[in-house]
Write a protein that binds this ligand. Structure first.
Ligand code: GTP
Ligand code: SPV
Ligand code: MN
Length: 580
């Protein structure tokens, strides 16, 4: 099937080991997608949704034990444990291979083994990277077809290039006790067993494009980040691009396809990507960003015409829904939809409104990026787009202001490293507890955070035209737990201040934690947020921030001697400023 000997040898070796009944090389055609859907409708893996209101939309119900990423079962298996760092679970590579290979032995008897050549990034981009996922899940195969560029063109590229990422996946028997997501960065290899869910199973996404790619990026001088990429067009027709890192389920998809509020005539927003961003220094010294994905695997709950009209519209056709509820007439339903009534929950049980949510809080849509009304043609540009600002953010009910700016790159790296956020349903475990999530990469950095921060800190020596760095928090609450900031489309007002700062046009006040907008610097015309609320959103409580910096210092201590001295000093500088 292929002239690449490394690939054909690996496929043959896997085939012998897993003992699949059939081998199917995915060609990525529309006919193949249709056939796989038909087969899954027959076997019950997919259910047809209302084809009049939602043409070509299907529902997949996961095993209830398999509805999110599993960070405690995710391992970085580098030769040295220190290379994985305290931020990762580590296993010795030989031990890890032995453990997981035993699970793969004979696991595809009676099943078809799908071989999926894929390309992360535009096929003609020098920044793109290829991989091959072998899986026994047809659900994974069609999701990969939407999320990446699969099939013959990717295979051709692999045949021309010397290396590709090998990803082996089996749903096994979906037993959480026999589940591992293992990464072997030195071997460019991923082995994932026992889960069919999103980030555990679509190996091009978090496993390749973040964990393995971040490792490669460190060695080769670029960045692989958990960031959306968005273009903001002002009424004069100028477009500036922003990359923003928020933890899982903290607003990337929403910001990436934001609709300007009615008060903002002449503004337009262009989506490049909603989850992953690969950035390279250009010859001009600017950072150029590329979205390695071709689709969105997005959070469904909360999506409605007021919060995210673009997403709402793009998921009315040709969409795979995972773990949503359904209405009497078989339309998909979720919390926050604001219309319709669910009669069956995400597990297909009759829904009475009394026991839990109808849709799973981490229910997802899979949809091609080309269906997004705000999709930018620049997303297909082989060179990517130049980034003016990098934004970090998290879900913080208190302490963290709506927006503030780092005084320089080093301070910005501290700001990113200091990001913390309430946990969400995107991963198993407790929801709503604040944890440190540096650069929104806690679950995704394929190596020691200390080395990662060092890598970030290496950029000023290579360029004087780096983007400015900011931090935002859309999730500050009042004492009744109500969000103080309206968010969603109104976030454009904050992005305007950010871009004006980049162009030297907006006012700011210097504080110990960075530059904050002056009270009048953010346009609140027609917003309906009182000046007092704006004041709260833009205040810095020194006592709370001293506690915050102490917590960060404690966290940094876990990285020992490997923590870059520059970062330690920067933390001390901010701490000292807060003491005054
Ligand atoms: P991943 O796909 O897990 O990486 O998540 P994401 O960062 O793309 O998050 P997404 O945009 O899907 O948002 C997750 C949840 O946060 C949804 O329920 C949204 O409705 C909600 N959300 C997004 N933006 C805002 C905002 O500006 N304000 C508030 N209050 N909620 C928001
Ligand atoms: C996330 O959890 O950050 C996601 C969904 O984007 S998953 O693909 O499951 O990682
Ligand atoms: Mn994500």
């Amino acid at each position: 099937m292929t002239s690449n000997k490394a690939l054909s040898d690996w496929v043959a070796q896997v085939e012998r080991h897993v003992q699949a009944d059939h081998v199917h090389w995915c060609d990525g055609t529309a006919g193949e997608y249709r056939d796989l859907v038909q087969q899954m409708l027959r076997s019950g893996i997919l259910h047809e949704l209302n084809q009049i209101t939602h043409p070509h939309c299907y529902l997949h119900r996961s095993n209830p034990q398999d509805v999110a990423r599993v960070e405690h079962l995710t391992f970085i298996c580098s030769r040295s444990q220190d290379d994985a760092g305290p931020n990762n679970h580590w296993m010795d590579p030989a031990e890890a291979h032995a453990k997981i290979d035993a699970l793969f032995a004979g696991c595809m008897r009676g099943r078809t083994m799908y071989v999926i050549p894929y390309c992360m990034g535009p096929l003609d981009s020098p920044l793109a990277r290829c991989g091959v996922e072998i899986t026994d899940s047809p659900y994974v195969a069609i999701n990969m077809q939407i999320m990446t560029r699969i099939g013959m063109p990717a295979l051709k590229r692999i045949e021309k290039e010397s290396s590709f990422v090998k990803g082996l996946h089996s749903v096994g028997d979906i037993d959480p006790k026999r589940r591992f997501i293992m990464h072997f960065p030195e071997e460019l290899t991923i082995k994932s067993f026992g889960s069919g869910y999103g980030g555990n199973a679509l190996l091009g996404k978090k496993c390749h494009a973040l964990r393995i790619a971040s490792w490669q990026a460190k060695r080769e001088g670029w960045l692989a980040e958990h960031m959306l990429i968005v273009g903001i067009e002002n009424p004069q027709g100028e477009v500036h691009y922003v990359a923003a890192a928020f933890p899982s389920a903290c607003g990337k998809t929403n910001l990436a396809m934001l609709i300007p509020p009615a008060t903002h005539k002449g503004w337009k927003v262009w989506t490049i990507g909603d989850d992953i961003c690969w950035m390279h220094l250009g010859k001009d010294g600017r950072l150029w960003a590329m979205n390695p994905e071709a689709g969105y695997f997005g959070v469904v709950p909360g999506t409605n015409p007021n919060t995210n009209k673009n997403a709402y519209e793009m998921i009315t056709h040709d969409t795979i829904f995972t773990n949503v509820a359904v209405t009497q007439d078989n339309q998909p339903w979720w919390e926050g939809l604001k219309e319709g009534t669910p009669i069956a929950d995400w597990q297909g049980r009759p829904y009475d409104g009394k026991h839990g949510t109808a849709a799973h809080p981490n229910s997802r849509f899979t949809v091609s990026a080309s269906q997004n009304p705000s999709y930018s043609p620049k997303a297909e540009d082989p060179q990517g787009v130049p980034i003016s600002a990098i934004i970090f953010g998290g879900r913080r009910p208190d302490t963290v202001p709506l927006v503030y700016e780092a005084r320089d790159w080093i301070h910005g790296v501290l700001m990113g490293a200091g990001t913390a956020s309430e946990t969400t349903a995107a991963a198993t475990g407790q929801v709503g507890v604040v944890r440190r999530d540096p650069m929104a990469m806690k679950p995704f950095c394929g190596y020691n955070f200390a080395d990662y921060w060092n890598h970030w800190l290496s950029f000023p020596a290579k360029s004087t035209r780096l983007p400015k760095i900011f931090h935002v928090n859309w999730f500050r609450q009042d004492k009744n737990g109500k969000f103080l900031w309206p968010g969603f489309g109104e976030n454009l007002r904050v992005l305007r201040w950010v871009l004006d700062r980049c162009n030297g046009k907006a006012e700011a006040t210097e504080t110990p934690i960075g530059y904050l907008p002056t009270t009048s610097a953010i346009d609140t015309d027609g917003l309906g947020v009182s000046p007092e609320t704006m004041q709260t959103l833009l205040s810095v409580d020194a006592a709370k921030w001293r506690t915050e910096m102490q917590a960060l210092e404690e966290y940094f201590r876990g990285f020992g001697e490997r923590l870059p001295l520059t970062l330690r000093n920067e933390l001390q500088r901010v701490t000292a400023a807060l003491a005054n």
